[in-house]
Design a protein around this ligand. Sequence first.
Ligand code: TPP
Length: 314
Amino acid sequence: MARACSQAPDVCTRERIQSVADAVRRRVLEHTLTNNGGYLSQACSSAEILATLYLRVMRLGMSTAPSIPRSFPGVPGADNPDAFTGAGYNGPKGADLDRFIFSPVHYALVLYSVLIELGRLGPNALDEFNRDGSTVELIGAEHSPGHEVTAGSLAQAISQAGGIALARRLRGDSGRVWVFMSDGEFQEGQTWEAFAALAYHRLGNLGVYVDANAQQCDGPLDLVMNIEPLADRLRAFGAEVHEVDGHDPDALAAPAESVEVRDRPLVVIARTDPCRGIERLRERAPKLHYVRFKSEQEFATYQTLLNEMREEGL
Ligand SMILES: Cc1ncc(C[n+]2csc(CCOP(=O)(O)OP(=O)(O)O)c2C)c(N)n1
């Protein structure tokens, strides 16, 4: 099975990745206006990371899930044969195919928007966003499109991904496991325990992309609890670490493309700007975590901005 980017000759160009990232920002801004609230700065910081993962880094098959998401099937369990995960939107499971584990699930709207732009999810899927009984959750869970695990309590997904990577290696799969994380998750002890285990088990079939936007709920990360020097700390835990410009698709893809087989986990720290592409957001800093417009005037300003972005194709 080919990588997603080689399914059509032009799909994985830098321009194509950028146009998907631009469209993701636009869609998240539009949704934030429609709902008067949204995780908008997360779209600004992570749009190129997620677009690059889907279009260039991950080896995925076509979606096997319905373009209109199914309703919540109930919690998984032996007595619930109807339970499912949202992993089908990332294609079928296969020995040579990659798996994607999405960790900071408050970014769910950004992931749904990526899936829509790539045709893996129907354009109207956000109509069900945050409705009772819908799987298109505000805070994504294992049944939500593109999600495979429940990770609402941050920093848990990396441990689950490590278990999946170990099982895949024991089974002899050539496919890898890619994890998307936020930088706030590196304040948590479970993350470091997981990295110790990844290195101990030499899980070179696992790669992590970190959206290092330097923000969290209560403002700048370094004023809440500093995580730097993150690269050195991860190296000390046995990972291969690269720090890149998180808005440059070529720089983002390069570490993943440099070596096919590794004997230790790969971490790409993507340094990002939480206001990238929507400069106006900067006046709200450091309160960027969740955007809700405070007045009709502010709403109108962002509506005008959206119209300009549409006209400019940004
Ligand atoms: C274990 C845990 N603690 C706290 C929260 C509440 N919470 C949700 S999002 C968030 C922000 C964390 O910052 P970061 O992950 O860097 O995300 P960003 O600011 O980039 O959105 C927090 C603290 C949570 N979901 N899980």
